[in-house]
Design a protein around this ligand. Structure first.
Ligand code: ATP
Ligand code: MG
Length: 488
């Protein structure tokens, strides 16, 4: 097989090889190349030492404690090519804390470097110059078979580094692969070690699962392997929790389906997390109602917002994500009964969730519905609600949009406050609505001087005409909005 590799990467490999060293592509980029995907970063492995590597390239920096040298390509257009990570062959010595090797030891042989890698699909090397493949663990075959298999003894490998369990699930979700049985067994047996891993790293893999095309599969795997209890055990409270008559799924299945839908729509992390957590408060608030002869979940939005916040804090999410997701969970129960809903209730919701989040809230609601097994994201009443949001948040047609104001008009004309000022402003508004390019101070001020010369009667007429025009314009704008959402 021959693959085309970007020039920046090929140059780095050639530079090392011309200096007499071995240099290969390895890890995720090789995996992605062989799958026909675009690599998200490029890793080069070599038998040159960090000092040597630095000597071969004009612009480099030390990346981490593993001897990785970042080779900088300032001119690269694609962000993934700006830094090529070049790492010397290494073996890892003892993992006494299940997290990271006690010391970094450089290796002489490529095979030794590949041996310390986590999964066979991440552990074969490719020479982009000769196109040779170095595959000691049948990684290429596993890639074809869509299998995630630990390199060597699964229990040892997972035992050395518990983050590998999260990585296995993340790769399964990203690539839609299965985890080989012995590897899965090792993950299950050693699931408790995940507690020893820094939360930031767990969060990183968890977010990548959530952002993958198959987050529902990924989170079910986390549960099946006993990992979810160390990530977000609250989600497991929803398993088998039957809901009210509107629902065909239990809370667990419903929220996973909501998440899956938001992934299928390509929505961002905070929307996906809100879809996943929106009903997290349900198990703790469920009560049987005799009158309704059904389950109720009063306050699950309030309790759920608190729980979601707590989960995200524990996982060390950034404040902005925590804030937004918490708001989305808190307000996901907004009420869309068309006959009862008013523009001021819509305004209140916009204020509560924040104008910057209100459209994401609609995405959460759409995910919620699809997660219930409904065929459509948006029934009429949700579209009506969205049309009202747009109505409530747009700038109204009014004298407020003029590039001048009452105070300035009084200044120019020397007139006292009174109805004449309002008439003048409305007359100006009519001009501007006829031709928006007139909405600039110079034109308006000249026009104000003309208007000031009119009698009260004349001016009142012009003002009234402006007011009518304003109403017409408002109606037109609302009609456009309603048409956009297909509602009356
Ligand atoms: P992606 O770049 O899509 O995140 P990746 O597999 O390249 O996937 P990186 O974190 O970039 O992930 O790691 C690069 C390579 O380093 C991996 O392919 C793997 O060979 C090795 N590796 C990364 N993390 C571990 C780990 N915890 N244990 C063993 N090997 C690892
Ligand atoms: Mg990578």
């Amino acid at each position: 097989m021959q693959f085309i590799v970007p020039k920046e990467i090929l140059d780095a490999v050639k530079t090392l090889q011309k200096a007499g060293f071995e240099a290969y592509l390895v890890g995720g980029c090789t995996r992605d190349l062989f799958m026909g995907r675009k690599p998200r970063d490029w890793d080069v492995t070599t038998n040159a030492t960090p000092e040597k590597i630095q000597g071969f390239f004009p612009h480099t920096f030390y990346e981490n404690e593993y001897g990785t040298v970042g080779v900088v390509n300032e001119g690269a257009e694609d962000d993934t090519l700006k830094v090529v990570e070049v790492t010397p062959y290494r073996i890892e010595e003892k993992y006494s804390d299940k997290r990271r090797p006690d010391s970094v030891v450089f290796a002489e042989k490529l095979e030794d470097d590949l041996k310390r890698r986590d999964f066979t699909i991440n552990a074969f090397a490719y020479d982009p110059v000769s196109h040779d493949v170095f595959d000691y663990f049948r990684g290429e075959q596993d890639l074809k078979d869509k299998i995630i298999r630990a390199v060597g003894n699964p229990k040892e490998r997972i035992g050395e580094d518990a983050l590998r369990s999260m990585r296995a699930v993340r790769l399964a979700a990203e690539l839609n692969f299965t985890v080989e049985t012995d590897t899965a067994d090792a993950i299950k047996k050693l699931a408790g070690n995940l507690e020893l891993i820094a939360k930031e790293r767990v969060e990183d893999e968890f977010s990548r699962i959530v952002m993958s095309p198959n987050p529902m599969h990924g989170i079910k795997l986390l549960h099946e392997y006993g990992l979810l209890q160390y990530v977000a055990p609250e989600l497991e409270e929803g398993i088998g929790v039957e809901q009210n008559a509107d629902h065909i799924y239990d809370v667990w299945e419903h929220t996973l389906r909501a998440l899956q839908h938001s992934a299928e729509r390509g929505w961002p992390l905070h929307v996906r997390l809100a879809a996943l957590f929106h009903d997290i408060g349900k198990p703790r608030t469920r009560e049987w109602s005799k009158e309704k002869n059904d389950w109720t979940f009063y306050g699950h939005d309030v309790v759920g917002a608190r729980m979601a916040k707590e989960i995200m804090r524990r996982l060390k999410y950034g404040n902005e994500t925590i804030d937004t997701v918490t708001k989305l969970v808190r307000w996901h129960m907004f009420f869309t009964d068309i006959d009862a809903i008013t523009l001021s209730a819509v305004r209140r919701l916009v204020r509560n969730v924040g104008p910057e989040n209100v459209w994401d809230l609609m995405k959460v609601r759409a995910s919620d519905r699809i997660g219930m097994g409904r065929p459509k994201e948006k029934p009429y009443r949700l579209r009506k609600y969205e049309s009202m949001i747009e109505e409530a948040t747009r700038a109204p047609v009014s004298v407020g949009m003029l590039a001048t104001g009452g105070a300035r008009v009084m200044e120019i004309t020397d007139e006292k406050p009174g109805p004449r000022i309002g008439w003048m402003l409305h007359a100006l508004l009519e001009d501007v609505l006829d031709d928006p390019t007139r909405n600039e101070a110079k034109f308006l001020e000249r026009r104000v001087r003309e208007l000031a010369a009119l009698t009260d009667d004349e001016l009142q007429k012009s003002g009234e005409k402006g007011k009518e025009k304003r109403l017409e314009e408002e109606e037109k704008e609302l009609a456009i909005i309603r048409k956009k959402y297909g509602v009356k």
